[in-house]
Structure formats: structure tokens, C-alpha cells
Design a protein around this ligand. Structure first.
Ligand SMILES: *Cc1c(COP(=O)(O)O)cnc(C)c1O
Ligand SMILES: [Zn+2]
Length: 402
């Protein structure tokens, strides 16, 4: 019989404890996030990378490296295999010859949060979970609410009042139990924590369940496959909780271990906002952990995370790959967003625009070289953020001529 998943167990990202994935797990008893392990040696014997190309264009094409044991538990909206497109004009503008966008804007619910939600929700279904809760700045809530309703799981979300209107509406439309807090994401987090203590619901806060990383890691698997099983030189990622970056790093290490890619890992770049840059600050200070960023504020709300539970994993990934961390101002990212739209026909989200601006600045600093293969991760659709800029167009009278 074919093995659908080569998952073997969970292990703590800090201490030596291991856990059984047939049971419901959250954080380790030491407080650190858990990571999924696979029997890669066995997988290597039975699966070839040439098998993958014939499969459906969704992230489930990598099911051997995903944590769902039984295919029947998969909850899908057709997510994954987003386009990897060369952006020549903006590349030329930055003096980069091989600049690509990995465009997550066309995924269900309009952001790459769908990847984490699809895999996390499928595993929750496999574990028999009926109720879950999470704090969110918006995009995660919308993605998890969409998949929850599809999985017949009751989702409770708590979000700050200044979360984007569209994400509040999405959660409500997807039939979640939505609550708005007059406060910030950490206030929402506290309310969720108390609610979970009171009710015993499954906690799907960032990194408090082990499977969201596995969903997000598929971006790394796709990039390698789309580059014909080679690795790029640089991947830039807009970093909030850092789950995507941790995931991409994990994916590429797994691919190396099974021998599907060889050579050096790409230099991973954590891109943040100048008004919320805890990881950048820790990186510059040579620290292994970040400290909470006070009064954070940025138009790129997906990366407005003052303190990430997995900060040390992000810092480790950028250190081990000779990467770096860089902060971008709202002004610079807005300018970049308009350039990318005008030159490439791509309406990227502000977080994605921060990444393009980072590529430009790192090229100017000669940290990126002209012939490097550079991947900018655009994590969402610009159309989810209708208020990032205004239009001021003249209005014609009906009988006017142009
Ligand atoms: C959540 C989010 C991010 C940050 O993702 P992390 O994995 O938490 O670092 C970036 N961009 C968008 C659009 C997001 O919604
Ligand atoms: Zn531990």
C-alpha cells in the first residue's frame, strides 16, 4: 500500500522531548513550538521527484511531506502551486537580471495564510477536533474561518478593531464566531488564552499548533520544483510571526536530505517594517531572541507582530543560511507597490511591496548581486487593501470629448 504521509512524530524546537502526532498537541511543556518530523530515509526509497510533476497543481502534490495520514481528512479549496513569474521590468529597474515574484495573491482568501489553514485544518479534522479559537490581525482569521466552515469545525476569532474591514466581513461570512477587541493583537491573544483555559478549545494561535508551518513550508517546495529542482540564491520574506520563513527553511532542508536538491541553501531575508522591527533589531544586535516592539504601527498589517513566539527560529534560519534582516518604511513600500503595479501589472499587497523594496535596497548595498536568482514572496493580493492609496480622477460630463 502507498504511504500517504511519512510523518513520524513531533519534536520540541528547544528541548529533547518528542510527541505522538496521533494525539492533540499544542506547545511543548517547556513552552516552545513543536516541529513535525518525517521518516525521510524511507520516503527517499519510495518516492521520486519525477512523480510529483504529474499530480494536481495544489500543495497536496507534496503529501508525503505533509502531516495528514489519511487522504480523506484533507480540507481543500484548491490552494497552492501559485505562479513563479519573472519580473523583468522591475528587475531591470533594480539592476537585477533574475528577479522573480512568487505570487500568493491568487490563493483562496487572497493571502498565503490559506496554506497554513488548509494543512492545519486538515490535521485538526484528522484529530477529531470540533472547536478552535485564535487571535488574528485579519488574514489568518479569514483563511482559518473559510477552512473551518468547510471542515464543519467551529472557529472563534478575536481581532483588533483596526483590523481591515474586509477581513472582519470575511470571518463573519464564513460563519465564524467573531469578536472585535478595543485593543491590539496581544490583547486579542489574552482574551483567546483565557477563553481556551475556560473551554478547552483547540488553540490555533500562530505556532501554538504544529501544523501551520507545514502548510507554509510548501512555498519552499514549490519554489524548488518551479526552478526545476534547483535552489535560488536569495528568498525575501515579509516577516511577522515568521512562520513562512521557518517553513521555507524547513522545506529546503528536507528536500536536501532526500536528495531532490543539492548545494547551498538560499540566503533567507526577513523583511519587516521600520515601525515594527523586533527581528531586525535582534539580528543587528546579534541576539538569539527578540524583545517586544512598543507602539508598533504599519500599513503592512500582516507583519505588525511586536513579538513572535518563533523569533529564535527565524533568527536561526537567517544565520544558518547567511541571510539577513532588513526594515522598510511605509513610504518606501507604498512607492514600490505602485511601481510594481505600473510596470508588471501586479497589484501586490503592502507586505509583498516591502519585500521588493528590500530587494532594491539590498542590491544597492551590494548584498544582492546582479546575477543572483532572487525570489520576492508576495504574500497576498493588493485588492484586499483598498485603502493603501487614493485615486483622484477628473470626472467628465456626459457630452465631453477626451
Ligand atoms: C501574516 C502575513 C504575513 C506574515 O507572515 P508570518 O508567517 O506570520 O511571518 C505576511 N504577509 C501577509 C499578507 C500576511 O497576512
Ligand atoms: Zn520543549
Amino acid at each position: 500500500m502507498m504511504t500517504y504521509s511519512y510523518i513520524s512524530h513531533l519534536s520540541c524546537s528547544v528541548c529533547d522531548l518528542t510527541f505522538d502526532d496521533h494525539e492533540i498537541n499544542q506547545l511543548c511543556s517547556c513552552g516552545a513550538p513543536l516541529l513535525v518530523n518525517y521518516d525521510l530515509a524511507k520516503m527517499k526509497e519510495t518516492t521520486n521527484k519525477s512523480d510529483i510533476g504529474n499530480r494536481q497543481p495544489t500543495l497536496w502534490r507534496y503529501h508525503e511531506l505533509l502531516p495528514i495520514r489519511n487522504e480523506e481528512n484533507i480540507v481543500s479549496l484548491g490552494e497552492g502551486m501559485t505562479p513563479l513569474i519573472q519580473t523583468n521590468k522591475i528587475g531591470e529597474d533594480m539592476s537585477l537580471n533574475r528577479l522573480y515574484i512568487k505570487d500568493e495573491g491568487i490563493i483562496p482568501t487572497g493571502t498565503f495564510k490559506a496554506r497554513g489553514a488548509a494543512v492545519g485544518m486538515s490535521k485538526a479534522k484528522e484529530l477529531g477536533i470540533k472547536q478552535m479559537a485564535m487571535p488574528t490581525n485579519g488574514n489568518a482569521g479569514s483563511a482559518w474561518s473559510a477552512y473551518a466552515t468547510r471542515a464543519n469545525i467551529k472557529q472563534t476569532v478575536v481581532m483588533p478593531n483596526d483590523s481591515p474591514e474586509i477581513t472582519k466581513k470575511e470571518c463573519q461570512l464564513f460563519n465564524a464566531d467573531v469578536h472585535i477587541v478595543d485593543g491590539l493583537i496581544n490583547d486579542a491573544g489574552k482574551i483567546v488564552k483565557d477563553h481556551i483555559n475556560d473551554t478547552g478549545k483547540y488553540d490555533v494561535s500562530t505556532l501554538k499548533e504544529p501544523y501551520r508551518i507545514e502548510g507554509k513550508k510548501t512555498m519552499g517546495l514549490e519554489i524548488a520544483e518551479q526552478l526545476d529542482w534547483t535552489m535560488p540564491d536569495v528568498i525575501l520574506y515579509p516577516t511577522g510571526g515568521g512562520v513562512g520563513l521557518i517553513g521555507i527553511y524547513k522545506a529546503l532542508k528536507e528536500l536536501k536530505e532526500i536528495g531532490w536538491v543539492t548545494g547551498k541553501l538560499p540566503r533567507l531575508v526577513a523583511v519587516q517594517s521600520t515601525n515594527c522591527a523586533p527581528i531586525v533589531k535582534a539580528w543587528e544586535n546579534g541576539d538569539t531572541h527578540s524583545t517586544i516592539w512598543k507602539n508598533s504601527e504599519t500599513i503592512a498589517f500582516g507583519i505588525n507582530v511586536p513579538k513572535a513566539l518563533g523569533d529564535f527560529l527565524v533568527l536561526e534560519a537567517i544565520e544558518k543560511t547567511n541571510g539577513c534582516a532588513i526594515a522598510i518604511s511605509d513610504e518606501d513600500l507604498l512607492e514600490e507597490q505602485q511601481k510594481v503595479a505600473a510596470e508588471e501589472g501586479l497589484f501586490i499587497c503592502p507586505e509583498g511591496a516591502a519585500v521588493f523594496s528590500a530587494a532594491r535596497q539590498l542590491k544597492q548595498q551590494q548584498w544582492i548581486h546582479a546575477d543572483d536568482v532572487v525570489i520576492c514572496l508576495n504574500t497576498g493580493a493588493g485588492i484586499k487593501y483598498p485603502n493603501t492609496f487614493d485615486v483622484d480622477l477628473p470626472i467628465l460630463n456626459k457630452n465631453d470629448r477626451l
